[in-house]
Design a protein around this ligand. Structure first.
Ligand SMILES: N[C@@H](CCC(=O)N[C@@H](CS)C(=O)NCC(=O)O)C(=O)O
Length: 123
């Protein structure tokens, strides 16, 4: 009975299960140092990001440009929201915001680093 299972879950387990449902997608290209740096931070956080290789995919790159307002890789999305690139990811970490985002906590749009106003960031 799923209800009973949930009632018997401790808060730590509930947070852990929530974190595991957070979906991180990173659009990148091989041999891109910023992509490697971003990937290293996500790995250090224990995040299994979905990696999308943009090599030669001009259609997808155009889509990414449109959605993020940026023309560089990497582009990182957490739960479908555009976080920006490598610098923005490290900036979120420096400001103590990254763990919460990865745990699925919502943060007001104004808190995001380097994201253009009105960017809906559907990933
Ligand atoms: N500030 C960006 C820099 C990313 C960047 O310059 N990426 C290079 C590849 S390593 C890129 O996409 N260059 C293509 C371009 O500038 O159009 C970040 O931190 O993600």
């Amino acid at each position: 009975m799923p209800g009973a299972t949930r009632r018997h879950m401790g808060i730590a387990q509930m947070l852990a299960s929530r974190a595991m449902t957070t979906r991180v997608v990173m659009y990148e290209t091989p041999r891109c140092p910023y992509c490697r740096r971003a990937r290293a931070l996500l790995e250090a956080k224990g995040v299994a990001a979905e990696i999308v290789d943009m090599t030669g995919d001009s259609e997808r790159r155009a889509w990414l440009r449109q959605v993020t307002g940026q023309r560089t890789v990497p582009q990182i999305f957490i739960d479908g929201r555009s976080m920006g690139g490598c610098d923005e990811l490290y900036d979120l970490e420096a400001r103590g915001k990254l763990d919460g985002l990865l745990a699925g906590k919502s943060v007001p749009t104004a808190e995001f680093a380097g994201i253009a106003a009105g960017n809906s960031g559907q990933g």
